[in-house]
Design a protein around this ligand. Structure first.
Ligand SMILES: C[S@@+](CC[C@H](N)C(=O)[O-])C[C@H]1O[C@@H](n2cnc3c(N)ncnc32)[C@H](O)[C@@H]1O
Length: 335
């Protein structure tokens, strides 16, 4: 564990220099650290040592030709030309706000307050003041959410749904994929003003804005109600509830519930988050849980029991929980 941060440094360098793109572009031609260094204008001896370290995590494979490396399947996930690229995730995790927060967990455990630049009290306050960081974060979320969108689009229940209301929908990766895969669906997306503006642009680019309304607003006070076309609706909260503690999550769920009731048609709530197993043993979700602790005052992943309990307290009945793209989909109805 002690060395994990150094391996991350090598990975960050690999992503920053777009080495996956360069290795992929070479197709079957073998590239040495020297070839790559020349293209990136960095020192070949040092790049060689970075690449050698990355063989441990199977990002690249040492070739039989001395000093040469090939891209592995894992390394190829860092290509920048694929919709679910891991490159934005690596670059985001290496940004000062994210990286500096890691050793500061030792302070956060005393106060419960994240330590962010500008003394912002949560990631979203910070992003509002640093627009270029906000667009990078959105690119990261778009790539992270793409596999979620593809899996959600496969849900059979969508055949009977008319409208999707994506609450905190970011720049629209998930909603766009649902609309693209199901031409009978209409969509509404709500997010903060800057993100909503970018979601609107994206829907226009994709030719989806005749079936999609993008609303800017604060989801703690105004979750849109479906007006037209009439018919069953699904409200979605994807990777949203884990940013908030129970008090604020309940406030948000109360708004969503009120909108669901006002819709007057059969409505469901679909939540996507990483659920932890009940109990307190090892779990693949604990790192994401610490990430939430480091960036949000009360952010957290919840166990199955805690998540279900939260929905029940909000007057929503969890009906089905299933794995989805490494996370979980929780489908709830009005209780
Ligand atoms: C972790 S991102 C998830 C985005 C999207 N659902 C996805 O899965 O790709 C959470 C989203 O909540 C939005 N958000 C945070 N606070 C909000 C608020 N008070 N009102 C509306 N949106 C908000 C953020 O701007 C961000 O786009």
């Amino acid at each position: 564990m002690l060395d994990a941060v150094l391996h991350f440094g090598a990975l960050y360098t690999f992503a920053h220099l777009r080495l996956a793109d360069l290795l992929h572009a070479a197709q079957n031609r073998t590239l040495t650290a020297e070839d790559l260094a020349e293209q990136c204008d960095v020192r070949p001896d040092l790049l060689y040592r970075i690449l050698r370290d990355l063989t441990t995590a199977h990002i690249v494979r040492a070739d039989t030709q001395p000093g040469a490396f090939t891209l592995t399947e894992i390394g190829a996930t860092l290509r920048s030309d694929i919709p679910d690229s891991m490159r934005p995730a690596v670059l985001t995790a290496g940004k000062p706000a994210w990286l500096n927060a890691v050793p500061r967990l030792a302070e956060i455990v005393y106060t419960g307050r994240p330590v962010l630049p500008g003394d912002e009290d949560s990631l979203y306050g910070y992003l509002a003041n640093y627009p270029s960081e906000a667009t990078d974060f959105e690119a990261f979320m778009a790539a992270r959410s793409y596999p979620i969108a593809v899996d959600l689009a496969d849900e059979e229940e969508l055949a009977g749904v008319r409208t999707i209301v994506d609450v905190g929908g970011g720049t629209g990766t998930i909603l766009a994929e649902l609309l693209r895969a199901h031409p009978h669906l209409s969509g509404v997306l709500v997010d903060g003003p800057q993100t909503a503006a970018r979601a609107r642009d994206r829907m226009t680019q994709l030719g989806l804005n005749d079936r999609c309304t993008v609303t800017e607003g604060d989801f703690f006070t105004e979750v849109p109600t479906v007006k037209a076309p009439p018919g069953p609706a699904v409200y979605t909260l994807c990777s949203v509830l884990h940013n908030w503690g129970d008090e604020q999550a309940l406030q948000l769920l109360a708004e969503v519930r009120a909108a669901m009731v006002a819709t007057g048609w059969t409505t469901q709530l679909w939540c996507v988050d990483k659920l932890l197993a009940n109990g307190h043993g090892p779990d693949a979700g604990t790192a994401l849980d610490l990430r939430m602790m480091s960036l949000f005052p009360h952010g957290r992943e919840r166990t199955v029991e805690e998540y279900s309990g939260l929905l029940l307290r909000a007057g929503l009945l969890p009906k089905r929980i299933k794995p989805l793209a490494g996370l979980n989909l929780v489908i709830a109805t009005l209780a």
